[in-house]
Design a protein around this ligand. Structure first.
Ligand code: UDX
Length: 445
């Protein structure tokens, strides 16, 4: 099939590339000339395992190209996929400017029947609005569908090629048939539903996953108080198939481009219809607070952090990505600086993105994990990169000024700490001091 994909962000680029890998002829459109030039030269603007290789092989095979010329890309395609960004406005609502602009340009450009798909995450009702805009400008018939994207950063290619399900929200049988044919090489779990339910499925899924994370983080906080271990608890809970074991990893909260934005947007969507989504508001509040656990733990260890040097390992919001959007490290480092600490930070690939967003003289961006830890009063692990868990604690001990370790992602196990002098605070697990687990707190009931 011939496809045009509008927008070469995470969703658009990965979807376009994967559809070309399936044998379709795909033109990806972006209005930023520099980005299109970069892609045409085989350079990839995002770090995503496997993506670069797929781009070059499909470009060589003549199935994948990049352009700024929306009209010609759209004109020669049977299916048009809109995957432009919907960033948050200051009040949490989704900014629909880019999608409305794309709809107008598509409407002006089409001259034969098309199936138009919205993949961007958009509030309920937006697809209908997009269709109205296209209708205003188009002189030919078209059908539209909402096909939300569930890929995760860091495993975007894998997730797109092996989805758990494909949701197609459309009122048109013709569009449903065409889109089923497009997606059937990926999975046989394809569900056709109405447009508004499809839009809601995306928000509800992300809100539910965010809820699982905030839930387990609160359980972790209670585990610390009662002397239980959140990993044992999550393991025991996850064996119940009704609960499931994924997204029960306690830590310093979720970040990234989706959960923070989509939870806020769903709260706004509900609020606009006079519904107070209390549960989701709490999920967001718990998540913001969870980041500060790192600061609280540091202050318990060091007293005041003013004048201290704190080593930070991990700036990306999760491993295998250089994305720092809404990364917990942003709030944590900001707070450390506000309290008078100096910071030495290292991330395997996200440092330059982070520095672009956070350029402060009190932060030294280091070239290695060792450099960030050297002579620091304490080390905080904020992203669970494999590189970090491969570093022996004996090396960290040699590098640090004092053996203080806050493990915000629970990458070390209790056995690793035996025979070490560390004061080791993790999330929802017993503290360790000098290789010994702290005695259980006295329960006051
Ligand atoms: C998420 C959704 O998973 C995906 O379906 C959607 O399309 C986009 O949003 P992504 O943000 O790329 O994907 O990453 P994900 O792996 O879901 O992690 C999100 C955040 O949650 C990260 O900050 C991660 O550290 C945190 N997380 C995840 C936890 O703290 N605990 C967990 O158990 C899982």
């Amino acid at each position: 099939m011939k496809l045009a994909v509008i927008g070469t962000g995470y969703v658009g680029l990965v979807s376009g590339v994967c559809f070309s890998e399936l044998g379709n002829e795909v033109v990806c459109v972006d209005n930023v000339q520099a980005k299109v030039d970069m892609l045409n030269n085989g350079e990839v603007p995002i770090h995503e395992p496997g993506l670069k290789e797929l781009i070059s092989s499909n470009m060589v095979a003549g199935r994948l190209s990049f352009t700024t010329d929306l009209a010609s890309a759209v004109g020669s395609s049977e299916i048009i996929i809109i995957a432009v960004g919907t960033p948050s406005l200051p009040d949490g609502r989704a900014n629909l400017t880019y999608i409305e602009q794309a709809a107008k340009e598509i409407g002006q450009a089409i001259d034969t029947y098309k199936v138009i798909v919205v993949k961007s995450t958009v509030p309920v009702g937006t697809n209908e609005k997009v269709a109205d805009i296209i209708r205003e400008y188009a002189t030919v018939s078209f059908d539209f569908a909402s096909v939300p994207e569930f890929l995760r950063e860091g495993s975007a290619v894998k997730d797109t090629m092996n989805p758990d399900r494909i949701i197609i929200g459309t009122a048109s049988e013709r569009a449903a048939e065409k889109l089923t044919a497009l997606h059937s090489p990926l999975t046989n779990q394809i569900t056709i539903t109405d447009v508004r339910s499809s839009e809601m499925i995306k928000y509800a899924s992300n809100a539910f996953l965010a809820t699982k994370i905030s839930f387990i983080n609160e359980i972790a906080n209670i585990c610390e108080k009662v002397g239980a271990n959140v990993e044992e608890v999550a393991n025991g809970m996850g064996m119940d198939r009704r609960i499931g074991s994924s997204f029960l990893k306690a830590g310093i909260g979720y970040g990234g481009s989706c959960f923070p934005k989509d939870t806020q947007a769903l709260i706004q969507i509900a609020g606009q219809m006079d519904y107070d989504f209390k549960l989701l508001k709490s999920v967001v509040e718990v998540n913001s607070d969870q980041r500060f656990n790192v600061i609280r733990k540091l202050e318990e260890l060091l007293g005041d952090v003013a004048g201290c040097t704190i080593g930070i390992w991990g700036l990306a919001f999760k491993p295998e990505t250089d994305d720092v959007r809404d990364a917990p490290a942003l709030d944590i480092i900001e707070t450390l600086l506000a309290r008078g600490a100096q910071v030495k930070a290292y991330d395997p690939i996200a440092s330059s993105n982070f520095e672009r967003n956070f350029n402060r003289s009190e932060v030294k961006y280091c070239q290695s994990a060792q450099e960030a830890a050297t002579e620091a009063d304490a080390l905080c692990i904020l992203t669970e990169w494999k590189e970090f868990s491969n570093i022996p604690l004996s090396s960290i001990q040699q590098w640090l000024k004092s053996p203080n370790l806050i493990d915000g992602r629970n990458i070390y196990r209790e056995e690793d700490l035996k025979d070490t002098p560390f004061a080791y605070y993790s999330i929802g697990r017993p503290r360790m001091n000098n290789g010994v687990r702290e005695s259980n707190p006295v329960l006051s009931f």
